[in-house]
Design a protein around this ligand. Sequence first.
Ligand SMILES: Nc1ncnc2c1ncn2[C@@H]1O[C@H](COP(=O)(O)OP(=O)(O)OP(=O)(O)O)[C@@H](O)[C@H]1O
Length: 367
Amino acid sequence: MITTTGLTKVYRSGDREVTALDGVDLHVREGEVYGVIGQSGAGKSTLIRCLNLLERPTSGTVTVAGQELTSIAGRGKRASAPLRAARSHIGMVFQHFNLLSSRTVQDNVELPLEILKVDRRERSRKALELLDLVGLADKAQAYPAQLSGGQKQRVGIARALAGDPKVLLSDEATSALDPETTRSILQLLRDLNRKLGLTIVLITHEMDVVKSICDSAALMKNGRVIEQGTVAELLATPGSELARELFPVGGEPSADDRTVVDITFHGDAATRPVISELSRTYNVDISILGAAMDTVGGKQIGRMRIELPGRFEENVVPIGFLREQGLQVDVAEVDGSAPAPASDSADTADEPATPAPAATLQKEGAK
Ligand SMILES: Nc1ncnc2c1ncn2[C@@H]1O[C@H](COP(=O)(O)OP(=O)(O)OP(=O)(O)O)[C@@H](O)[C@H]1O
C-alpha cells in the first residue's frame, strides 16, 4: 500500500546540512497498522510528512496505493492539482489536533470537503456520519475549546476521514493525551482500521503504542530504518532490538561467570516443557531470572530470562539445544564479562563475539 525507496531528505540552512532521512525503504501492507518508532530527532516526523509530500524528499520515491506521488509532485512550493487529489486519499492526524477554534466541530470536519468543493448538503451529511463514527454525534455544534483532549483528537480523526482515505497517517496522535484517553484513541484507530480496511501509519516514541495496536513496526535511528517487519517477524529475528523493547524481560545474573539467555516462546513452542528437558538432558541447574506472558500485535507471546552456570563457551551445547526446539534464543551480555555473541548459532561460537545491542530506546516526553 505504501512503499518508499531510497527516501532521503536533506535540510539545508546556510552552509549547514542535516540529513533527516537517509535512504529509507519502507513497505507498508494494505490494511495494516504500521508503527514507526524512534528517539527524538530520528527522522520520524520527516518520514511521515514525506509520505504525503507535505515535505518534499530530496531524492527517492513514495508510492501510495499504486500511485507514485514523487512523480506527480509538480514544481516549486505549490502542490499540483494531481498531487492535491492524491493527498485527499491520505488522511493525517496531528499531535496537537490542529482544529480551527472559530469553527464548530462539524465545520472543522467539513473543511476538507469544502476544499474538495463538495456541496453543502453532502458535506453536512458526511460530517455528521463521521462524527457518529468517532462517537461525537452530540458535539457537532460545540467549539473545540469546549472539548477534552481526547474529544478534540476524535474530531481530528473524523476530519482526516472526510476524503474517504485509504491511508491514515498519525503524527504522535496520542502524545498529548493521558494514558486512559490514549487507550481509547488507539482503540478507535484499531476499530477504524478493521471497519474501514484503513491502512494506518503512526509515528510514536512510545513502545506501548506499538505494542497495543501495531501489526508491523519499524525502528528509526539517525534517519535510517534499522529494523522493520511484522511483530511476529521481529520477535523471530535474532538480536532484534525492537523485539526486545516490545517485550522486555528483566533479571540480573547472580554472578559474573553465568550465561544469561533470553528465550521467546510463540506458537507451538510455548506449550512444550523445554526448560525441564534442557535441565534433565544436560544435567544443568537453571535459574529463572524473569518471565512474562503478554499479547503483542494480538498474539500471545512468552518470554523468559534464564541463567546457566558457567560462561557462554561452556553453554554452547545447551543453547544449541534450545535453538533446535525452535525457540528464539538471545544470549544477553553479562556486566563485567567479555561480550557474548548476541544471537549467533552455537556452531559459530568461535567467530568474533558481537555484543548484544543494549536496550537503549528510552521514552521521552512529548515535544
Ligand atoms: N525544517 C527543518 N530544518 C532543518 N532541520 C530539520 C527540519 N526539520 C527537522 N530537522 C532535523 O531533522 C532531523 C530529524 O527530525 P524529525 O523531526 O524528523 O525527527 P523526529 O524523529 O520526528 O523527532 P521528534 O520525535 O523529536 O519529533 C533532526 O535532526 C531535526 O533537527
